[in-house]
Each structure stands twice: as structure tokens, then as C-alpha cells.
Design a protein around this ligand. Structure first.
Ligand code: APR
Length: 242
């Protein structure tokens, strides 16, 4: 498999790509959804009912992300290298709200489920950088209606971000790679079928077979930090990242 045969690559990542950096996944054993009810902390209704609970949930995660122990891993770096060396179109779509892809050097990244280190004005949708704790007293003054800032997170029931661009790239992709995602949350779980419908070759990298594994042409089971550098090296034969 050489990079020369592909012109348009779309990579989708999920929590599994950041797991070895020390960030909890959602649905593995000890995953976040074993400890919290997603209805309470990841829906607009939950936020309206108890904003302090929701802020506390994201404050804890934000301070974890900002700790010095959390760093990009070999999978993040390999994907940044792939983007740098690839001459065609490359889009990295992540469901993750951490910024480890950017820290590793990735440039063309869409955070379809938002970003934890940003806050959003609910009136204007203006997005600002936010590194600290957030609470119900944090108001946005970007327009004449100061209102409560919320985490820049796409909650269940809300529209993911960047879908127009994502579907545009999927409609032209010739290689689609999904890494570290359980394939349980749509629309991301449907991207492989979208790419396959235009003839893209598809690869899944995951610790275990995902819910949607049957849609992929090739499945590589194992840790992202081991498989992704190997995969990128195969795509970039002159480099050895593995
Ligand atoms: N390497 C590769 N894959 C891994 C690793 C690893 N080191 N560790 C875990 N995985 C795999 C798991 O086997 C699992 O299939 O990563 C997947 C993580 O799945 P989820 O926890 O469901 O995460 P994700 O698919 O990103 O979730 C999608 O659900 O709750 C929402 O908004 C949240 O963006 C998230 C969305």
C-alpha cells in the first residue's frame, strides 16, 4: 500500500486515539459513561436542569487535559506526519474534544463534537478560548444580551460541527481510516458507508472490532500507538515511524 495510489484521505478518530495519552474513553470498562449518566452531563436538557453539575463535569475534564501528564502519543504524531507528507487532500475529523491532534502538529482538523478548551456564547455562537473552570456566573458580553457561556461541546441531540465540509470530503475520498471509535454514535458511525459509496478503500484501527466493523475493507486490531505509526509508514514508504 503506497500513498501514491490515493488522492483524498479522510481520517476519523475517536476516544481510543487519546486513550494511551491518559484520557478516558466513553464506553470501555471504566469509561466515562459508566461513571456518569450522559443524559445528565451531555444533553441540553441536563444542562438546563443542573448547569453546575454539567460545568463540574467539564471543569474536571478540562483540568485533566491541561495537566502536564497528558501529551500527544505516537498515533497523534503519525497522523500529523501523514498530513504533512501527503500531497493530496487530507482531512482529519475527530470526535474528541481534546486538542492532542493540534499539539502533535495536525492542521486540517474538524472537531465535530466541539472543543473543551473553548467556550461559546449561546446568543451569537461566538467561540472563545477558555482554559479555566467555568460556572454559572461566567457571562459573555459579545452582544447587548450578556448570557451564560457554555462549554463549546456538541451535546447529544445537537448538530455536530463541520458536517458540510466533512460530507464534501467523504464524497470524494479514496481512502477512509477510522481509529479508536466504537462506531456507536451517528453521524460519525455512518461516515464509512458514505466513503464506501464513492468507492473509497476503508480501514478500521481499534482495540477490538467496532459495532460497524463489517463495513470496513480492512481491520487492524490493536493499540493505536502501535498500529497507526505502522499504517502511516506503509503509506509513506520512505519514512519509518513504527
Ligand atoms: N487504541 C485503539 N483503540 C482503542 C484504544 C487504543 N489504545 N483504547 C480504546 N480503544 C477503542 C475501544 O475499543 C472503543 O471501541 O476506542 C473505542 C472508544 O469508543 P468510545 O468510548 O465509544 O468513544 P467514541 O467512539 O469516540 O465515542 C463517540 O460518543 O459519548 C460520545 O461524544 C462522545 O465523541 C464521543 C462519541
Amino acid at each position: 500500500m503506497s500513498l501514491n495510489q490515493y488522492k483524498r484521505i479522510v481520517v476519523l478518530t475517536g476516544a481510543g486515539v487519546s486513550a494511551e495519552s491518559g484520557i478516558n474513553t466513553f464506553r470501555d470498562k471504566n469509561g466515562l459513561w459508566e461513571k456518569y449518566r450522559l443524559e445528565d452531563v451531555a444533553t441540553l436538557a441536563g444542562y438546563k436542569k443542573d448547569p453546575t453539575l454539567v460545568h463540574d463535569f467539564y471543569n474536571k475534564r478540562r483540568s485533566d487535559f491541561c495537566s502536564e501528564d497528558i501529551e500527544p502519543n505516537a498515533a497523534h504524531y503519525a497522523l500529523a506526519e501523514l498530513e504533512k507528507e501527503f500531497n493530496g487532500e487530507f482531512l482529519l475529523v475527530t470526535q474528541n474534544i481534546d486538542d492532542l491532534h493540534e499539539q502533535a502538529g495536525s492542521k486540517n482538523v474538524i472537531h465535530m463534537h466541539g472543543e473543551l478548551l473553548k467556550a461559546r456564547c449561546p446568543n451569537t455562537n461566538q467561540v472563545i478560548t477558555w482554559m479555566n473552570d467555568m460556572d454559572i456566573n461566567d457571562l459573555c458580553h459579545c452582544c447587548q444580551y450578556p448570557s451564560n457561556l457554555r462549554p463549546h461541546i456538541v451535546w447529544f441531540g445537537e448538530m455536530p460541527l463541520g458536517l458540510d465540509i466533512i460530507y464534501h470530503h467523504l464524497s470524494q475520498a479514496d481512502l477512509f481510516i477510522a481509529i479508536g471509535t466504537s462506531g456507536t454514535v451517528y453521524p460519525a458511525a455512518g461516515f464509512v458507508e458514505e466513503a464506501k459509496s464513492v468507492g473509497a478503500y476503508s480501514i478500521e484501527v481499534n482495540l477490538e472490532g467496532s459495532e460497524i466493523q463489517s463495513h470496513f475493507d480492512k481491520i487492524q486490531l490493536g493499540k493505536a500507538t502501535e498500529i497507526v505509526p505502522r499504517l502511516v509508514s506503509a503509506l509513506l514508504p520512505t519514512k519509518s515511524l513504527a
